[in-house]
Structures are given as structure tokens and as C-alpha cells.
Write a protein that binds this ligand. Structure first.
Ligand code: ADP
Ligand code: DAT
Ligand code: MG
Length: 190
């Protein structure tokens, strides 16, 4: 049932993944699944598991692999009948997550690597923090998330580059210019 995992987006926090996903959904109608959004929904439910997740996210750390993967899989199954394809946002964040995803779910057709400078990501997140209400959009946690990004997530790109499905996109550009490049990458899939 998961033969249409159209794209996955990775890059550091604040690079603009969520922003581009919104535009992709509006144009292509894919099912957008953000690992961060799924986790925040669990936190908002007030469950015991949500409390544990909240503590991890507030520290800027990664939650356990099985938790995220189960949530994504469940959400994919729930939409399997109506989905025109899936857009996975914020996953994989480490090579192991990519390997497990392929074992349990399938291989993505495209990996969009939304690239921005560390300085840019910090600036955007600090600004987002003024209104987002997110417990992890503060300078201390942002720094930890960026460090972890370079250590754990960047190797994911090299892992997928071997299969030539990575499209690197400069997200220093204005939102619409970034999206024009994203559109081209998706249209080439067809
Ligand atoms: N290309 C861009 N140029 C300027 N600001 C951007 C751009 N893309 C995103 N932003 C802003 O940066 C912040 C983080 O973007 P977001 O999409 O939430 O990133 P992510 O999901 O990767 O953490 C948001 O406030 C967003 O409005
Ligand atoms: N695939 C994943 N594995 C482990 N933890 C994850 C995860 N995706 C999200 N999280 C946790 C740790 C992240 O710092 C936090 C916020 O994720 P996010 O909303 O995707 O951030 P952003 O959109 O700013 O990049 O949730
Ligand atoms: Mg996001």
C-alpha cells in the first residue's frame, strides 16, 4: 500500500521544511506527515507518553526511533485509501531511521534537501519562537537541535545520495523561489 511515498524532506530546524510542505500540499494534494506535528499532537493529548516526549523535545533531543516510526506508519495507514502520495517531513533524522523506514514501510522516490546556512536557521527559529509557542524555539534548545542536526541528520543525505534521489534546494531564497525549484524536482518524477 505504500508504493507512493513521493517525497521526504530533511534539513535542519528552521530551514523551511514546513513552509514548503504547505505549498506542496496545496498544489499536489499529497498527504503531509510531519514527525514533529505528530509528536506535538501526542503531547497535546496530555497522555503519559506525551509527557515523556515533551521532556525530550524541550531538550532538543531526538525521541526514540520506534515511537516516531510507529506514529508515521499509523498515520499513513489511516490515509491509505484516500492518499495521492505521501510527503514525509522531518524524517529520517538519522541514518538508522532511514533504514528502519525502508524495512517497515518502503523507499522514498525523492528526497528534498532544503539547504540553509546555520545562521539563517537560527535567525528564522528565533523569529518563529516569538509566535509559535513551541517549547523548543528558544535559543538554548535551537543550538542543541542544530548541533544534533549536523551530527545525526546530515549523514542521512550521503546515505540517499548513493541512490541519486537527493535534490538539494537552496532555501536562502525567498519562499516562492524555493518552491519553484521544489516544483521542478517533483514534476521530474512524473
Ligand atoms: N525561504 C524562506 N525565506 C524566509 N523565511 C523563511 C523561508 N522559509 C521559511 N521561512 C521562515 O522560517 C521559519 C521556519 O520555517 P519552517 O517552515 O517552520 O521550518 P522547519 O519546518 O524546517 O523548521 C518560519 O517562520 C518561516 O516563515
Ligand atoms: N524523526 C524524528 N526522530 C526523532 N525525533 C523527532 C523526529 N521528528 C521530530 N522529532 C522531535 C525532535 C525535534 O527536535 C522535535 C521537533 O521536530 P520538528 O517539528 O520536525 O522541527 P522543525 O520543523 O523545526 O525542524 O521533535
Ligand atoms: Mg517543521
Amino acid at each position: 500500500i505504500f508504493d507512493q511515498i513521493n517525497a521526504a524532506l530533511v534539513r535542519g530546524p528552521g530551514s523551511g521544511k514546513g513552509t514548503q510542505c504547505e505549498k506542496i500540499v496545496a498544489k499536489y494534494g499529497y498527504t503531509h506527515l510531519s514527525s514533529g506535528d505528530l509528536l506535538r499532537a501526542e503531547v497535546a493529548s496530555g497522555s503519559e507518553r506525551g509527557k515523556q516526549l515533551q521532556a525530550i523535545m524541550q531538550k532538543g533531543e531526538l525521541v526514540p526511533l520506534d515511537t516516531v516510526l510507529d506514529m508515521i506508519k499509523e498515520a499513513m495507514i489511516a490515509k491509505a485509501d484516500v492518499s495521492k502520495g505521501y510527503l514525509i517531513d522531518g524524517y529520517p533524522r538519522e541514518v538508522k531511521q532511514g533504514e528502519e523506514f525502508e524495512k517497515k514501510i518502503g523507499a522514498p522516490a525523492l528526497l528534498l534537501y532544503v539547504d540553509a546556512k546555520a545562521e539563517t536557521m537560527v535567525k528564522r527559529l528565533v523569529k518563529r519562537g516569538e509566535t509559535s509557542g513551541r517549547a523548543d524555539d528558544n535559543e538554548e534548545t535551537i543550538k542543541k537541535r542544530l548541533d544534533l542536526y549536523y551530527k545525526a541528520t546530515e549523514p542521512v543525505i550521503a546515505y540517499y545520495e548513493k541512490r541519486s534521489i537527493v535534490r538539494k534546494i537552496n532555501s536562502e531564497l525567498p519562499v516562492d523561489e524555493v518552491f519553484a525549484i521544489v516544483e521542478k524536482a517533483i514534476d521530474e518524477l512524473k
